[in-house]
Structures are given as structure tokens and as C-alpha cells.
Ligand binder design. Structure first.
Ligand SMILES: [Zn+2]
Length: 268
């Protein structure tokens, strides 16, 4: 299967950005890794190891902070660890990182096979080369998800908390109510610029996250109203999300709008 790959590096407000891109059939995916103050946020995917490792080699990395265990964020943690760098992630997923990645074939085609690595628990606060940082628990997309706030610059690194304003599909493991709680939590902190691992740099991160929160809250209300009227999860999904996206078929339903609805109903 032919997956087209490309890579783009850049710089935004003192943050080095590495953006790996994949295209396969009708599906386009991309993933970012960011660097500032000696701190690398996420490692990119193993399928893009050549350009990512080339990019990392030019950065004075002192520590690697992972937002969550998914293979497009932790795919090169093992390679960076071999270079002697300390790797940090949520304590709750250290055991997942310590084993080789276990996920469906389509994800191996896109993101490659994640090797095992030994991470240390992310501390609640830490100092980079010079600046002060804070980890913020933001579960929902993944149970172990952390956002990283550079408190010295007000820059927020959001992993997969944002990705886009209008969520149309979710992973089976995701919980929309938990995402809503995480968005509310992160908005309590003082930040401006946002660096998303899929949408890239967003100058007004606070407005983007607030809009996403509002969208999800309205969606939650619509789902629960329809549920109270007696519609089941499939019927609600068909009404609210009439369009089917290529990723649904490709992932055999691991990505689906249905998971937005079922996780909302399960929580009610
Ligand atoms: Zn993810």
C-alpha cells in the first residue's frame, strides 16, 4: 500500500515546528512535534522516522514530554531514549509505553510500529532550560492525555485535545463528556498561543478552545434531548452526522461519529 510522505519544518513565536504528513487514498493525516526551551513535545510517528530524526538532530533537546500514548505522538520515543534523552509521560500509561505498540493494522500502515520505551512519570511542574512548565491532566481523547503549558511564555501545547473545532468522529476509546471537562479545566489557566499536534499553530488558542467547548456542549445537549425522546444511539448518529467519512470505513469503525453519541449517553 502506497502512503505518500512529506515533512515541513518551521518556527512560530520561538517554537520550532516539525510537521510530518501522510496521504493514502482519500485520507490525509499529519502530525506535529514542537520544541522550545530544551523541551520536545511529542515525537511524531515511526513511519516518519527519517525526517523527524533529522529534525530532532538539529535541536538542543534536553527532555521529551509526551502528551499521550498514541503511536503518532510516542512513535519515536524509543529512538530518542537510545540517544540518552529522558522521556516523560503520564504515570498511568508508563506500562503501555514499555511494551511495543498494540493497535490495528491501518494505524500500523499510517504511523508505523511503535517500539517499546521506558518513560518516567511527568511531574506536575518542571523547569526546562530556563522556563517554567506545567502539565495539565486533559483526558477524554485518551485516558492519559496531558497538555503542557509553558508558564513563562503562555504557550499551550495541547496534543490531541483540540484537533479541530467541530468534532465529527471520535475514537472508540474516547469520551466526549470527559473531553468537555478537560476543555473547561484547561481554560482556567493563563495562556494565549496554542500548538495542536494535528491543526498546528493557533494564535488565539483560548478562543479556539472556547468555541470547541461551546460546540461540544451544544452537541451534548442535542444528543441527550434526542435520547430522552426515545431515539437510540444509531438513530441519533444518523440524524446529527449524516455524512460518512473515509476514516470510518478504513478504520473498521474504530473512528466513528457513533462513539460521540454512545459516550455521551453512557455518561448521562
Ligand atoms: Zn491521539
Amino acid at each position: 500500500m502506497l502512503v505518500k510522505k512529506s515533512f515541513e519544518r518551521g518556527e512560530r513565536s520561538g517554537v520550532a515546528t516539525g510537521n510530518g504528513k501522510l496521504a493514502f487514498g482519500g485520507v490525509r493525516l499529519n502530525v506535529y512535534s514542537y520544541f522550545i526551551d530544551g523541551v520536545l513535545i511529542d515525537t511524531g510517528a515511526h513511519s516518519l522516522r527519517k525526517p523527524f530524526l533529522h529534525y530532532f538532530a538539529e535541536l538542543p533537546i534536553e527532555r521529551v514530554m509526551i502528551t499521550h500514548y498514541h503511536e503518532d505522538h510516542s512513535g519515536l520515543a524509543a529512538a530518542l531514549q537510545q540517544q540518552g534523552l529522558p522521556i516523560y509521560m503520564n504515570e498511568s500509561s508508563l506500562d503501555i509505553g514499555a511494551k511495543k505498540g498494540d493497535y490495528l493494522l491501518y494505524r500500523k500502515v499510517f504511523w508505523g510500529r511503535r517500539h517499546a520505551f521506558q518513560a518516567q512519570p511527568t511531574p506536575p511542574t518542571f523547569t526546562g532550560a530556563k522556563q517554567q512548565w506545567r502539565a495539565i491532566a486533559t483526558p477524554g481523547h485518551a485516558f492519559d492525555h496531558l497538555a503542557y503549558l509553558n508558564e513563562s511564555t503562555g504557550q499551550l501545547f495541547t496534543g490531541d485535545l483540540y484537533c479541530g473545532e467541530k468534532t465529527k468522529v471520535m475514537l472508540r476509546e474516547e469520551s466526549m463528556p470527559t473531553v468537555i471537562t478537560s476543555l473547561e479545566r484547561v481554560l482556567n489557566y493563563d495562556f494565549g498561543e496554542m500548538f495542536c499536534d494535528h491543526a498546528g499553530y493557533i494564535a488565539d488558542g483560548r478562543t479556539a478552545l472556547t468555541r470547541k467547548l461551546n460546540y461540544l456542549q451544544e452537541l451534548q445537549h442535542s444528543i441527550l434531548t434526542k435520547h430522552q425522546q426515545g431515539l437510540n444511539a444509531s438513530e441519533i448518529t444518523a440524524e446529527l452526522f449524516p455524512r460518512s467519512y473515509p476514516i470510518v470505513k478504513l478504520s473498521h469503525g474504530e473512528w466513528d461519529a457513533l462513539h460521540i453519541v454512545t459516550s455521551t449517553i453512557a455518561d448521562s
